[in-house]
Design a protein. Structure first.
Lengths: 91, 394
């Protein structure tokens, strides 16, 4: 296993080692995924297509949203996703 | 499982005598009492508060720690002129049915006489403490805390999610679980609010993160760094989720302050979050100066043991309650093998699943509750730290 999916609902997996573009990496559930870009240890790879504006899910929870369409195998980071975090103190 | 039944009906997984100093000036005398009495047959642990000025938080913490389920007797060591309410502490310990003795150095004649009196006090209460019976202990009677320290890029993908999965299993079995550190959960407040068992609890969780955000900013502590991004983290909510993963996925029954015993403890259990950030103006410095201070607060709220996730590799243990080290990084595990109880890094190095590690951890918790020593216990680690704080609500 080179890519860990922390929750079955996640659309990204985390690299457990440095991955090279074109490498076929094994996912937690045994599936193979071709990594499209060099991706460092601890970084995220899309395991399914993520449309622009769609939530990026890790731990089964949203960690932000895609800023453009992302295809499976792409490195998911600051270049194609953003934080949705806005502090809203409602008191 | 079996536990030591105290007269206040709480059950402990260890049976220790605590020697508690009430000001730094009494530290040496207390430490000598421990050195002369500690044994394998009856461990004697050193705890204490260093401050001289009065502090309601420290008073409450010491009262809770001295009546912790793992403690069978207490020898209180006072210098004599410190502001700590020593008679109140003595009364609280006595009222709990535990053995209690008070040494006042200024009245007992100085260092040697006080050490002798303390040693005699430990010896005098030893038979009664050793005679505390063991009875059946159920998951519903166990309280387990979790903290992280020395986190690295592995923590959020191995040890923390594994602890979260174990917390789910513990909560389902009826145990009480406590997680903490609102300062490491900034960005998770909306999710926490959703998990509150009532809308009111959800709102308390939400506001507690807000308070932490303000407090830490005043301390000059920023939440997201360039190093985080280089390590693969993209957003603040993602970073906080690494720590949040320890909390598992169950409903959160309530927000507690350090030393507050979860109200359902001993009956139905459940998951609680601890608010470690003082109320009011930021005037007490960092909420917790070290991981040890966090463990002490967990114990004060009744935790029998603490699950400690680490990537870089802490070696710390604790007085009173066992600490289980869950190592997130396989390389750290190899290097610090003698200090680590469980290698969650196998998720990275050996393809183990989060589920497998969580089940191993649950078994380990059961064995430690049964009396098996953790690595830090066997190595003699008994770290302890208690500082100043202030909370509006007790």
């Amino acid at each position: 296993m080179q890519l860990i999916c922390l929750n079955p609902n996640d659309n990204v997996a985390v690299a457990l080692c440095d991955l090279k573009a074109g490498q076929k990496a094994t996912l937690t559930d045994g599936r193979k995924l071709t990594v499209l870009e060099d991706t460092g240890f601890g970084h995220k790879v899309a395991v399914s297509a993520i449309a622009q504006g769609e939530k990026v899910l890790k731990y089964g929870l949203p960690i932000g949203s895609a800023t453009r369409n992302i295809v499976a195998g792409e490195h998911v980071h600051v270049q194609n996703m953003k934080s949705d975090y806005i502090w809203r103190p409602d008191r | 499982m079996t536990g030591y039944i105290r007269k206040d009906k709480r059950k402990g997984i260890r049976n220790v005598i605590a020697v508690a100093y009430l000001v730094e000036c009494a530290h040496h005398v207390a430490e000598q009492i421990v050195r002369q009495t500690d044994s394998e047959a009856l461990p004697v642990h050193l705890i204490g508060f260093g401050g001289c000025a009065p502090n309601a938080y420290a008073q409450r913490m010491m009262e809770r720690l001295c009546t912790h389920p793992n403690v069978g007797g207490v020898v209180i060591v006072s210098l004599g002129c410190e502001n700590f309410l020593r008679d109140q502490l003595l009364e609280v310990v006595k009222a709990s049915g535990r053995e209690a003795a008070l040494i006042v150095i200024q009245e007992d004649g100085g260092t040697h006489a006080s050490i002798s009196r303390g040693v005699e006090a430990v010896k005098a209460m030893t038979p009664a403490v050793q005679a505390v019976p063991k009875v059946e202990l159920h998951w519903q009677e166990l309280c387990i805390g979790t903290v992280c320290g020395g986190s690295d890029a592995c923590s959020g993908i191995t040890a923390n999610p594994a602890v979260g999965r174990t917390f789910d299993q513990l909560v389902d079995a009826g145990a009480t679980c406590i997680f903490e550190e609102p300062g490491e959960l900034i960005g998770c407040e909306a999710m926490l609010r959703e998990r509150g068992i009532t809308a009111d609890v959800g709102q308390q969780l939400y506001e507690c993160i807000h308070k932490a955000d303000i407090y830490y900013k005043k301390m000059g502590h920023d939440s997201f760094s360039q190093g985080n991004a280089e390590g693969g983290l993209t957003t603040i909510e993602e970073k906080s989720l690494g720590s949040y993963a320890k909390s598992g996925s169950r409903d959160i029954n309530g927000l507690i302050r350090p030393g507050e015993i979860p109200v359902t403890l001993g009956r139905e259990g459940g998951l609680y979050m601890m608010d470690v950030v003082p109320d009011g103006e930021a005037r007490w410095g960092f909420p917790n100066v070290s991981d040890t201070a966090e463990i002490v607060e967990m114990m004060a709220s009744g935790c029998h043991m603490v699950l400690y996730t680490t990537g870089r590799g802490s070696v710390a243990g604790s007085a009173i309650a066992p600490v289980i080290k869950v190592c997130s990084n396989p390389i750290t595990y190899e290097r610090l093998n003698e200090d680590m109880d469980l290698n969650a890094g196998r998720i990275i190095s050996k393809g183990a699943t989060i589920g497998e590690i969580s089940v191993e951890l649950l078994h380990l918790i059961e064995q430690v509750a049964e009396g098996q020593m953790t690595k830090s216990e066997a190595l003699g680690h008994r770290e302890f730290f208690l500082g100043y704080k202030e909370f509006c609500r007790k």
